[in-house]
Design a protein around this ligand. Structure first.
Ligand code: VG1
Ligand code: CO
Length: 544
């Protein structure tokens, strides 16, 4: 084996954020930048000689190149085997599935999720551990520390591997197995849901659906699972061809970016069910005709109905949600008599709860839902869950949701994002809020009185690790909340996220538009945080 040791110097900016290291493609293209980070990952791991590594990505620009670099470095660093998706593709949840199923040591996932792709877009890389989940902070901190000291990296002097066909190849002493990116994942889905029941629904001649893969990774998964295995007609699956620049689009499944799909569902003759996924396949958006299911409501509805699904027939151990996610799921947990966990933002915080069997379903307001079947959030899983639910209950989406609200109450919910604002202004806004938190309790704003305000801190119930400064919470006496935090996934300036929530138990008052229902809280958020002053913005960039 021809190992080459290359001298390098550290980069100061390789600190992983909410979900791995994300930077502009041009940053990753700097000499040694990618290699430094990959070597820092390997240097932070122990005892992996001869073990298996899983590698794949969402297919965005630079994926092809980065995969070859990682394969050579994995061989030079002593891994015994790499499982890599055909053409270097693996959705994030499929990568998690493959790591678990094949008992791999870990995996490297190449993705910047929904961030735009292409030579001027973003690229990202993250490490997942043997449970299939994103590395916990202890490891990402170690990777970062290593990246600040690195002096050399190891690679091979060898040609690129052909990844276009499944099969085996050798790279130095390492075996490279090119796998079908969909097969393991599709097989897992068949164990969780009643495929016959879904097939009967989509083939009954009346039910129509539309799935939008947004020219990103879920295209091949949707074609195989929804199309071939479940019989969904080809014209119901749109934008299924993955593109290196996602077709110039922004594969963030929400009301703003999934415009084509939303328009279809809001037509009078539109389909009964609509769904989309994001760049790397871990997010989901669920729509009914003339209706949009917020991700927080979706988590609550799925939890309340889980026993209808073969994979969850025995019930749920518990539910976990990120702190800014609405409290709709809390009410379901209470009724089911199961535990509810409130974690910081980012899927890595669910891993311990899932591993310990304390939580079965997890969710984030940011269009992320998942369960103990893998250790990532899972877009297509959520779509299949909803389809199986529609098949089991034989009710329209809208009806399922409004019956849920009638039973549990409605948590009006919205997130306002101020994207690409100045990092200094956003930092000042948060610093000021942090100072204010001590003195807000008892203050009145219109009809609302502050009950509690703090900077959220989380102690993991399993390993007792503490994560501080996870977002400013202002909780009112009626349970309404405003949460402020800065994004940890952006690559330009700062993004301020403002999360708003109000509970409405009265079914007669549950049909308002969310922005209308939250208008007072939106005003209060602007006033307390002086958003206009600190960001220079009159309005949010994205409202979901
Ligand atoms: C955002 C979301 C968070 C999600 C993360 C990764 O993080 O708010 O809930 O886990 O993206 O999602 P932030 O720090 O920008 O708010 V994905 O689909 O990138 O893997
Ligand atoms: Co994603």
């Amino acid at each position: 084996m021809n190992v080459i040791v290359t001298a390098t110097t550290p980069f100061p900016d390789q600190k992983p954020g909410t979900s791995g290291l994300r930077k502009k493609v041009s940053v990753f293209q700097r000499p040694h930048y990618l290699e430094n980070f990959v070597q820092s990952i390997f240097d932070s791991l122990e005892d992996y000689a001869g073990q298996t590594l899983v590698v794949g990505g969402d297919g965005r620009y630079y994926n092809r190149h980065a995969i070859q670099v990682i394969l050579r470095m994995a061989a030079a660093n002593g891994f015994g085997r790499v499982l890599v998706g055909r053409d270097g593709l693996l959705s994030t949840p499929a990568a998690s599935c493959v790591i678990r199923k094949h008992g791999a040591f870990g995996g490297i996932i190449l993705s910047a999720s929904h961030n735009p792709a292409g030579p001027d877009g973003d690229f990202g890389i993250k490490y997942n551990t043997s449970n299939g989940g994103p590395a916990p902070e202890k490891i990402t901190d170690a990777i970062h520390r290593r990246s600040l000291e690195i002096r050399e990296y190891r690679t091979l002097d060898s040609d690129d591997i052909n990844l276009s066909k499944t099969g085996h190849a050798s790279l130095g002493d390492m075996d490279v197995e090119v796998i079908d990116p969909v097969a393991d994942y599709a097989e897992l889905m068949e164990t969780l849901f009643d495929f016959d029941r879904i097939r009967a629904l989509v083939g009954n001649g009346r039910f129509r659906l539309c799935f939008d893969a947004m020219h990103a990774i879920t295209g091949p998964y949707a074609v195989e699972i929804l199309g071939r295995r479940l019989g969904v007609p080809a014209d119901a699956l749109i934008n299924v061809e993955p593109k290196e620049d996602f077709g110039g689009g922004h594969p963030d499944p929400n009301l703003v970016y999934a415009k084509q799909l939303v328009e279809r569902l809001y037509r009078d003759d539109g389909p009964d069910f609509g769904a989309a996924s994001d760049g790397d396949g871990d997010r989901n958006m669920i729509l009914g005709r003339h209706c949009f299911v917020t991700p927080s409501d979706s988590l609550a509805v799925l939890a309340a109905n889980a026993r209808l699904m073969p994979g969850y027939r025995d019930g749920l151990a518990g539910i976990a949600r990120s702190m800014p996610t609405s409290q709709a799921a809390d009410r379901v947990a209470e009724k089911l008599g199961i535990e509810l966990f409130e974690t910081p933002t980012g899927w890595k915080f669910f891993g311990n709860l899932l591993d310990a069997g304390r939580a079965t379903l997890c969710g984030e307001e940011s269009f992320g839902t998942g369960s103990s079947h893998v250790r990532e959030k899972d877009g297509l899983w959520a779509v299949l869950f909803w389809l199986d639910l529609l098949a089991a209950r034989q009710l329209p989406v809208q009806e399922i949701v409004s019956r849920h609200w009638a039973e549990y109450g409605r948590n009006y919910y919205s997130r306002h994002d101020y994207e690409g604002v100045s990092a200094d202004g956003a930092g000042e806004l948060m610093a000021r809020l942090r100072e204010l938190t001590g003195s807000l309790a008892g203050k009145r704003y219109g009809d609302y009185e502050v009950a509690l305000s703090d900077d959220f801190s989380y102690t993991d119930p399993i390993d007792h690790s503490v994560s501080e400064r996870q977002g400013i919470r202002i909780v009112f006496t009626d349970g309404s909340r405003i949460v402020f935090r800065l994004s940890g996934t952006g690559t330009e300036g700062a993004t301020l996220r403002v999360y708003l929530e109000r509970y409405e138990p009265d079914p007669a008052r549950q049909a308002l538009d969310a922005q209308e229902a939250l208008a007072d809280l939106i005003g209060i958020a602007g006033e307390i945080a002086r958003i206009r002053h600190h960001t220079g913005r009159e309005a949010p960039t994205v409202i979901t």
